[in-house]
Design a protein around this ligand. Sequence first.
Ligand code: SF4
Length: 213
Amino acid sequence: MINLSEIFYSIQGESTYAGLPCIFIRFSGCNLRCSYCDSKYSYETNFSLSVPEILKELEKYKPANIVEITGGEPLLQEKIYQLFDDLYFNGYKILLETNGSISLEKVPDFVVKIVDIKCPASNEEVSFYKGNIQYIHPQNDNIKFVISNRADYDWVMKRIEEYQIQDYNIILSCVFQYLEPRKLAAWILEDKLYYRMQLQLQKYIWNPQKRRV
Ligand code: SF4
């Protein structure tokens, strides 16, 4: 069985797939406690389903065929690997949102990995497993930094250099209501960066407190 928080259909908000309709499978349980966490409700299990039961649930949303597995931290549950295979076999495009702290070694290449590297203001900046860089595809996958302030931004610039990920698909995002988007935009332009800035789309479309979006 897989322990879950929720399954819902919404607009993808935080990756190079942002803006596309997508089915979300939110796993329950997380090994981190980020200061700005907006999904604390996912720390506890709401319900559990087998992999075939999850596939059946997804049929409700046909013909949607992009599925994002998120959390919490989905890689904490071993059954995820069976879910990857069965989703792929059934023709779904699979996105995995992960907090970066757990090895990606066993995640198949057909899964698009959206990997967070936590910044200092999250209070989890030591959580990133550096060995994961070798498993992140420079073009197909995303590396996401969620930035709260200028100190975070400066830290991000140092990490990009340290990890030699200048040519990767990097996403710079603002923590909602902590950092004004116009400030991040100005820093990116001043520094002549060629990285994608992103807002948490779902927070602008719906009430920021709203769940299942
Ligand atoms: S990794 Fe995600 S779910 Fe876990 S504490 Fe951080 S923001 Fe919340």
